[in-house]
Design a protein around this ligand. Structure first.
Ligand code: HEM
Length: 162
């Protein structure tokens, strides 16, 4: 191996080391912030935005759900609410109760479960509207209201709901 080849081999090794070492080091880094917990409860803009969108959707539904002329707009509203629910999924509030602080993992799991339940009921409702199954529409509407009540009774700190 002449001097030039040796120089290039060493340079190549150095470049490889630079590329590999940071990647190897990252395995020892802190994992990303845990899903579903926001940095500060008072800065939960994402959740607030999505909750406001859900409220707007509920208003529209309460006036139009039983109106066959509005079927298309109702379906659009439901799909948009599904996106809002999914948007809220990772923005659960920090625990503020004794029980929540004792077990933050359980607190947040409960939040995400309820948001998924909400999304699923919104899907069922869309399906019921689409097939014009009025009994199912009524049942899903009631479930939606119950889920909101239950979610707020646990996760809404101040009584700021309508
Ligand atoms: C259709 C169902 C729901 C509607 C219409 C709704 C509506 C709202 C509204 C209007 C607010 C107040 C937003 C603001 O102005 O700051 C709010 C806040 C909140 N909701 Fe809901 N909600 C629903 C379901 C849920 C569920 C299922 C949960 C829990 C799993 C939940 C958890 C919260 C929390 C934690 C806040 C406080 C957000 C913040 O920090 O600003 N909501 N919701």
């Amino acid at each position: 191996m002449n001097a030039t080849t040796k120089f290039f081999s060493l340079s190549l090794l150095a470049i490889l080391a630079l590329l590999i070492l940071p990647a190897a080091g990252s395995t020892a880094q802190e994992p990303d912030a845990k899903i579903g917990t926001t940095e500060k409860a008072e800065e939960n803009d994402e959740l607030e935005k999505n909750m406001k969108a859900l409220k707007k959707g509920m208003r529209f539904l309460s006036r139009n759900l039983e109106n066959p002329q509005a079927q298309e707009a109702v379906i659009q509203t439901l799909q948009s609410m599904q996106s809002s629910a999914i948007g809220a999924f990772s923005s659960g509030p920090r625990p503020f109760t004794e029980e929540g602080n004792k077990d933050p993992e359980k607190w947040n799991l409960g939040f995400r479960q309820r948001i998924l339940d909400l999304t699923q009921v919104l899907l069922h409702l869309e399906s019921a509207v689409f097939t014009k199954d009025s009994n199912q529409v009524k049942a899903s509407w009631q479930k939606l209201r119950d889920l909101k009540k239950d979610g707020h009774s646990i996760y809404l700190e101040e009584d700021e709901d309508e």
